[in-house]
Design a protein around this ligand. Structure first.
Ligand SMILES: [Ca+2]
Ligand SMILES: [Ca+2]
Ligand SMILES: [Ca+2]
Ligand SMILES: [Ca+2]
Length: 320
């Protein structure tokens, strides 16, 4: 296990009910600006920190020899024993945006979201996937979602020019940042890699993963070379051990490095949707992340749980 769990909370949390984001508006004409407060500072890592998790994350490239028999995400499903169900297509009617998933309402199921031109549209599972938003964060950038303050509700984040900004659900969505991670290249990813229930910041550049661990004062770990320079990085807890697993999606094939398997690589798992952008989230709420692909506003979800029809109603997410 990694380092020390902080005795002092990084944030003085204020409980915020799940209704904060459920005052959903289907109107595209009004913009709900979330409050901004740049004074919230929790990230102090200087970007040049410890390598203390190198023993748990592979330092050399991950093994590619462990994948021949994997046609499904079996390696990540040993604990549940259920079969994956292929979900249908769910249409959010937001095109041209970037898909993000996170449990914004804190009900244990990931909520699909789309971010277009700085506006967030979120279909809360706790609100029958009615579409809420647009929520304007008044900032453009690459959207990321994760529970950075550990209150069990996902926090929206934006990454622009290597700087991270986080709107903390536990702080009434006050903005924190900019947090300069010192990397302007690469794809930002959020996931709780150290398992302390707070999302950690990660950047994937040139096949190398860099992680700023919340339980180590956001000291940087890495680079962790995963041996894949192509593809889209995704993070999610596919094996349900409480730690986010690293994943890369390349040409419709998912590869997952399972934390519960010493980061042995599983895959390729073919889940191809033409033009699909990969997203991971626990949409059915069984504790295991579910792979999803989003293409032209349609969400395709492969549910880890046997009950794979969670999103079947409504098939149309939000209002037309
Ligand atoms: Ca949160
Ligand atoms: Ca963490
Ligand atoms: Ca895991
Ligand atoms: Ca799941």
């Amino acid at each position: 296990m990694p380092a020390t769990h902080r005795a002092v909370p990084l944030l003085s949390l204020v409980a915020v009910g799940a209704l904060t984001l459920s005052a959903c508006s289907d109107s595209a004409s009004e913009s709900d600006a979330l409050p901004r407060n740049p004074s919230v500072i929790i990230l102090s890592g200087d970007g040049m920190g410890s390598q203390q998790l190198d023993a748990r994350l592979p330092v050399a490239g991950a093994s590619a020899a462990d994948s021949e028999d994997a046609a499904t995400l079996d390696a990540g499903k040993r604990r549940s024993g259920s079969s994956p169900a292929v979900g249908g297509a769910y249409f959010m009617n937001i095109s041209g945006g970037i898909p993000v998933a996170g449990d914004f309402d804190g009900d244990g199921q990931a909520d699909p979201a789309m971010v277009a031109e700085g506006n967030w549209y979120i279909c809360l599972s706790g609100n029958d996937y009615a579409r809420g938003g647009p929520y304007s964060l008044d900032m453009d950038g690459i959207p990321v979602a994760g529970d950075f303050d550990g209150d069990r509700q996902a926090d929206p984040a934006m990454v622009a020019g290597g700087d991270w900004y986080v709107w903390f659900s536990g702080e009434d969505y006050a903005r924190g940042g900019p947090y300069p991670m010192g990397m302007t290249d690469g794809q930002p990813v959020a996931g709780d890699f150290d398992g302390d229930r707070q999302a950690d910041l990660a950047v994937v550049a040139g096949g190398n993963w860099y992680v700023w661990f919340s339980d180590d004062d956001y000291a940087r770990g890495g680079p962790y070379p995963m041996g894949m320079t192509d593809g889209q990085p995704v993070a999610g807890d596919f094996d349900d051990d409480g730690q986010a697993d690293l994943a890369v999606v390349s040409e419709g094939n998912w590869y997952v490095w399972f934390s519960g398997e010493d980061y042995a690589r599983g895959g390729p798992y073919p889940m191809e949707i033409s033009g699909g952008i990969p997203v991971a989230g626990d949409f059915d709420g069984d504790g295991q992340a579910d792979p999803a692909m989003v293409s032209e506003g349609n969400w395709y979800v492969w549910f880890s749980g046997a009950d794979g029809d969670v999103l079947d109603e409504p098939a149309l997410l939000g209002a037309p």
